[in-house]
Design a protein around this ligand. Structure first.
Ligand code: SDX
Length: 428
């Protein structure tokens, strides 16, 4: 392939260098376009064909259904690694040695206390508040209690901010759930593992001994790995662009949590369960919902299906589907919702509308079934997604800051009114 792209605009032709990635992806480097063409830009709503950056963190091939973190396959990591190992890998680029992992966890545990005044912020929310709104607010509020986490230019300062949020976000996640449930806010113990401690803070009742269920712990650890990063998705791109203004890490993460909340993105895992519940209430009439999803006059979409990048099975969905069967079986739960999900999947995979558009189950289609089996309330599902995605957001923010990337500021094509003289109100 030639190393140049040629562009003809009217009488003029321009050449732009091609960039090739380590997986042979090719991009046209158009950073000189506007100047050399005296004002011409590109436009690409939703950035379906536009790369925002070069990144070494996650590679995915949507056509082949491949997902790798720093070169390791998601299948290997989900089966052989633990979440904190994968977090270290994503953020620092290599799988940790035993000592590095121990030190990383110790530093996280040393920062796992949240200023008690945060409880007053939580108290101010109504019980009806959506957990994602509370979590986004609290994450941004952490900046006020940790001002040194804002201007982090050195790797050392960045590391301190990273272990702070890795320690504090699980506390906020647990406290958000207990706020909504009307339960006292507590801490777990430094003697517990990362996921065990989260579970203890989430589920331990004030008047009884709590024992971590290892099936749930292992399934949650695996779900966090599967959600940990996904290159330049909506919320990660948000974290990168907010961070590009040199807003602090916590403020950037808060914006990512808000972006993830949307039902077209991370909010889909809650929307999937609500859809499956509605189908169950409708005598399991999956055909009715398939018809709604295909009806252009109906805004309804089959939640948990389709993906901007995957035009094949989302590899995470395959793993989660198997895990859902395993967890429900191990917990001795038979959930009709899982049966409805499988029936819906089979119908969609054989329906021309979905086949032609290459719409397959995505990461959100089965995850909610596992969260539900764990006793996690449906409005907390996207909060669990956010905690899983935390190391990916951190890794992408750190890569952007260490790479000294410019502030993100897209252009536009103006299509509004051309110049017109002002009219006094008496003349309107
Ligand atoms: C996540 O980007 C990531 O990496 C995200 C994520 C991550 O890990 O960060 O993977 C997590 O967000 C997963 C996606 C969760 N969202 C949902 O499950 C919501 C339902 N899915 C859709 O809304 C949709 O598929 C998107 C938003 C996921 C993708 O939308 P695109 O790429 O903009 O696709 P599109 O809207 O252009 O759809 C193409 C066609 C359209 O039909 P036509 O105009 O060609 O006739 O497919 C149709 C769409 O109407 N379509 C659907 C559909 N998804 C797409 N029709 C019915 N049901 C659906 N779910």
């Amino acid at each position: 392939m030639a190393d140049l792209a040629k562009l003809q605009i009217g009488e003029n032709s321009y050449e732009f260098p091609l960039i090739k990635g380590s997986e042979n992806e090719v991009a046209i480097d158009i950073k000189t376009l506007r100047v050399t063409s005296k004002g011409v830009i590109t436009i690409d709503p939703g950035y379906k064909n536009t790369g925002a950056c070069k990144s070494s963190i996650t590679f995915l091939d949507g056509e082949k259904g491949i997902l790798r973190y720093r070169g390791y396959s998601i299948e290997d990591l989900a089966e052989k690694a633990q979440f904190l190992e994968v977090a270290f890998l994503l953020i620092f680029g290599e799988l940790p040695t035993k000592d590095q992992l121990t030190q990383f966890h110790e530093d996280i545990k040393d920062n796992a206390i949240v200023d008690d005044d945060v409880r007053k912020i939580i108290d101010a929310f109504p019980k009806s508040a959506h957990p994602m709104g509370i979590l986004s607010s609290l994450t941004s509020a952490l900046t006020a209690f940790n001002p040194s986490s804002v201007n982090v230019d050195s790797e050392e300062e960045m590391y301190k901010a990273i272990v702070k949020i890795m320690g504090k976000l699980p506390v906020l996640v647990a406290w958000v759930m207990r706020k909504v449930q009307g339960l006292p806010l507590n801490y777990g113990s430094k003697s517990l593992g990362y996921v065990e401690n989260l579970m203890t803070m989430m589920f331990a009742k004030p008047n009884e001994e709590y024992t971590v269920n290892s099936i749930v712990k292992d399934a949650l650890d695996k779900l966090f790995i599967l959600h940990a990063d996904h290159e330049q998705n909506c919320s990660t791109s948000t974290v990168r662009i907010v961070g590009s203004s040199h807003a602090g890490l916590f403020a950037s993460l808060s914006s990512g949590i808000s972006a993830l909340w949307g039902p077209l993105h991370g909010g889909a895992n809650q929307a999937v369960l609500e859809m499956l519940e509605a189908i169950k209430e409708d005598d399991g009439d999956t055909k009715k919902y398939m018809a709604k999803a295909k009806d252009k006059n109906d805004s309804f979409r089959l939640m948990g299906f389709g993906h901007r990048v995957y035009k094949n099975f989302d590899p995470r969905a395959k793993i989660i589907k198997l895990a859902a069967d395993q967890v429900l079986n191990d917990l001795g739960i038979s959930d009709p919702i899982l049966d409805i999900a499988k029936a819906l999947e089979q119908e969609a995979l054989n329906d021309p509308y979905f086949v032609e558009r290459k719409l397959y189950p995505n990461v959100d289609f089965y995850s909610g079934i596992i969260y539900r089996a764990m006793g996690i309330p449906v409005e907390m599902f996207t909060v669990m997604f956010a905690l899983g995605r935390l190391p990916g957001w951190i890794a992408q923010w750190r890569e952007m800051r260490l790479g000294k990337e410019p502030i993100g500021r897209p252009r536009q094509i103006y299509v509004g009114q051309t110049y017109r003289k002002f009219k006094n109100i008496s003349q309107r």
